[in-house]
Design a protein around this ligand. Sequence first.
Ligand SMILES: C[S@@+](CC[C@H](N)C(=O)[O-])C[C@H]1O[C@@H](n2cnc3c(N)ncnc32)[C@H](O)[C@@H]1O
Length: 268
Amino acid sequence: MKQANWNEYLSLQHPWTKRLIGIEQFSKNRNLEQIEREYNQDKYGTLTEFNFTDIELYKRKELELSGLSDNDKIFISLGEQLFETYRGLAFSIYYSTIANIIANYNPERICELGCGYGYNFSYLNKICPEIYGGEYSKNAVILANSIGLNIKEFNFYNLNDYLIIRKKSLVFTCHGVEQLPSAISFISGLYANKENIELVVNFEPTFLTNRTSLIGTLRNRYIEFNDYNRDLITLLMDRDDIDILEYHPDYIGLNPLHPTNIVVWRFK
Ligand SMILES: C[S@@+](CC[C@H](N)C(=O)[O-])C[C@H]1O[C@@H](n2cnc3c(N)ncnc32)[C@H](O)[C@@H]1O
């Protein structure tokens, strides 16, 4: 990995530079109509055209449709440090971090919420015997079921949907809570089923109130423009019935403007 600098990354060629400094307007309202368009129709709807039988083929097609390959160089961040490296290497660091963190807790079963068609299931299967999930997009659920994955329709905003969580589950999310401007319904849904939940592991970018540097401020603005999650970390920290076992802010950014925080927690 080669060390890089923010000037190289955020030149005027980068579409977000103009937006972040106010030369170009951008705003999104991340409601269910947006999720329907962005995920159900565009991302997963396109993949339903291919009748693959293996998840790896869907992953490969997704990469191909994005116009990237594993040999392309991308920028990634670790904290506020920036590096340039191959996409394939960056993604394997990212997914092995998830697997390593979860494997430390030796879960009996994992429930991924907002899991798409099960992108993460193939490596989670290697560390845990039972993986299941819930997802809003009907097309993603159809894709998942067609390749034998146990994924049900689930909406973070519907309290009853959290009844899918089975006893002794580790609940995992990866850029799923990101899609909720507020995480109130997520925490309430888990709270109502806390007897079934051993642990929660979130790999989620969110607004962080204690960011004061230039990069931190740009990252918070990026969250606001995209209407991504603003309160997961503050909600968790403000509650006295939650134990936070691990918290690694801005741990890794496959998109350096939108880095993933890791938080591992449970109800007391
Ligand atoms: C960035 S993708 C992440 C997918 C998956 N976790 C992964 O790591 O590949 C966000 C996912 O959240 C889902 N999602 C968005 N809003 C949701 C909601 N209200 N309820 C359930 N899933 C939702 C989207 O459809 C999409 O599959």
